[in-house]
Design a protein around this ligand. Structure first.
Ligand code: ATP
Length: 458
């Protein structure tokens, strides 16, 4: 089956070359070279699927030959062979791109096993029956993946809104793809040739944010020894992306509102208005309406920004997108990490579908990146999917409460946990109040009070 797989053995020991050639010739198309320069000639002329390279080629250093091979064909899997099993050598050769390391004398069966395994990996045709073959041709960068109803509706909206100058407010939990959607709006607008300038309102200290946005004149404040353009001016003609807008301080919100009304900015230390032609797109994972109620966000600004609202649902509410996303990220990272992953085993998708993805698409992307990185062959298998369940459950609980309670977070979360524990303990103890109180470590009087508080009926 693997006769199309071409193997190169590089060793100055001609007996070993001959022996290995005989051993492998039944299954592979085997070539040999006794020194580095012959080997490099062969690598230049042929595409090898696997190379066995001796560390010590007479006077030549195998690591130098490895380097030269990788310059010609960066992706060819190279297995180093040596009589000296020191960890430095292992490290050096792995750094240079060797995929395996075997210590002489080599066990013939082991060589066949490695060759079969690695050659299969490198052989793009090899893809087990229970796996999905990846289509690299259809991959393109920076596209918004998803065919769920929610995402299809959003795409229709994006197409309609991209060419207008309306402000857009993108909402959704962290990691749902808000920034990506904003980039896509810019890319599909008439402004695409002009700058796309993102600014994260939560990441920049309050006192800097104003000068970052509006710029300043020389002498506007101590340390302002020359004038500086703000993001509004830099984004002129293009799109300004105000990320985490919910974190913008109130006094800056007032200034932003003025820009939206006047279409002009005033640098710090200047009293001249300067017209700017900027499309504003903002994003937040906070509930702005709640912030308005608490007096932390201006209602008038909210209505100015929220001309068009795109709300990205969490990934757990559109699980039908998980498969497409997993495929997309596998190809993306396979290319980026110089791997040649050809397929994903079906069982992997079942694992991905079972999980709730509190960190949304970002978390899925990280899990897939890790899988691509750690897989030892050219397919992604269930064991390559490292979802840290304990950590993720913690994150999940935290995210759950953060998303649910926008005010009095601690009190409300603790109350919810308390009510749940009481219900659980009641059930476990057949609704016996004494036993339940005991297991909870509280008195019956306290338990009764809590049952009343949480309106728990027995
Ligand atoms: N539908 C999608 N298709 C392809 N990639 C996606 C999609 N959604 C999200 N991503 C990727 O997931 C990662 C997180 O997305 P993004 O940064 O846009 O999320 P966000 O909602 O802005 O997060 P935060 O609120 O934490 O800033 C990015 O690498 C992004 O490219």
């Amino acid at each position: 089956m693997l006769m199309s797989v071409r193997v190169l053995i590089i060793d100055d020991d001609s007996a070993l070359c001959y022996g290995l050639k005989r051993l492998l010739s039944d299954s592979f198309d085997v070539h040999t070279a006794l020194n580095g320069s012959d080997a490099l000639d062969l690598v230049k002329k042929n595409k090898f699927n696997i190379i066995f390279l001796d560390y010590k080629l007479g006077e030549e250093n195998g690591l130098e030959v490895l380097k030269a091979i990788k310059k010609i064909d960066a992706n060819v899997p190279v297995v180093m062979m040596t009589a000296y099993g020191t960890s430095n050598l292992v490290l050096d050769s792995i750094k240079l791109g060797a995929v395996e390391y075997i210590v002489k004398p080599v066990e013939p069966e082991y060589i066949v096993e490695i060759a079969t395994k690695i050659a299969r990996i490198d052989n793009q045709e090899y893809c087990p029956e229970n796996a999905l073959k990846l289509d690299y041709e259809s991959f393109s960068d920076e596209i918004f993946i998803g065919s769920s109803k929610a995402i299809r509706d959003i795409m229709v909206m994006v197409a309609g809104v991209a060419e207008t100058n309306y402000p857009v407010l993108v909402t959704g939990e962290s990691g749902t793809g808000k920034e990506l959607i904003v980039k896509i709006i810019h890319k599909y607008s008439d402004r695409k040739e002009k700058p796309f300038i993102p600014i994260n309102c939560a990441a920049i200290p309050e006192e800097l944010l104003e000068s970052e946005l509006f710029g300043y004149e020389k002498g506007a404040f101590t340390g302002a020894d020359k004038s500086k353009m703000g993001k509004f001016e830099i984004a002129d003609g293009g799109t300004l992306f105000l990320d985490e807008i919910g974190d913008m301080p109130l006094d800056l919100q007032a200034k932003l509102l003025r820009v939206l009304q006047d279409g002009a900015i005033e640098r710090l230390g200047s009293n001249k208005l300067k017209k700017v032609n900027v499309r504003i797109v903002a994003a937040t994972n906070k509930d702005l309406k709640e912030l308005i109620q608490k007096g932390l966000f201006r209602e008038d600004l909210y209505y100015r920004l929220n001309v068009v609202n795109i709300n990205l649902p969490p990934l757990r509410e559109r699980k039908e997108d998980i498969k497409d996303l997993a495929v997309y990220f596998t190809i993306k990272y396979s290319k980026e990490l110089n791997k040649s992953i050809c397929c994903i085993e079906d069982e992997v998708f079942n694992i991905l579908l079972e999980y709730d993805w509190p960190g949304n698409v970002r978390e899925l992307e990280n899990v897939i990146r890790k899988a691509v990185l750690i897989t030892k062959d050219n397919l992604i298998k269930p064991e390559d999917i490292k979802i840290d369940k304990i950590k993720s459950n913690n994150v999940y609980v935290t995210e759950y409460f953060f998303n649910k309670y926008k005010d009095n977070l601690l009190v409300k979360s603790v109350e919810e946990i308390e009510a749940r524990l009481i219900k659980r303990a009641l059930k476990m103890n057949g609704y016996n109040l004494s036993k339940t109180a005991e297991i909870l470590g509280i008195s019956r009087v306290t338990l009764n009070a809590k049952l009343k508080k949480y309106e728990i009926k027995i």
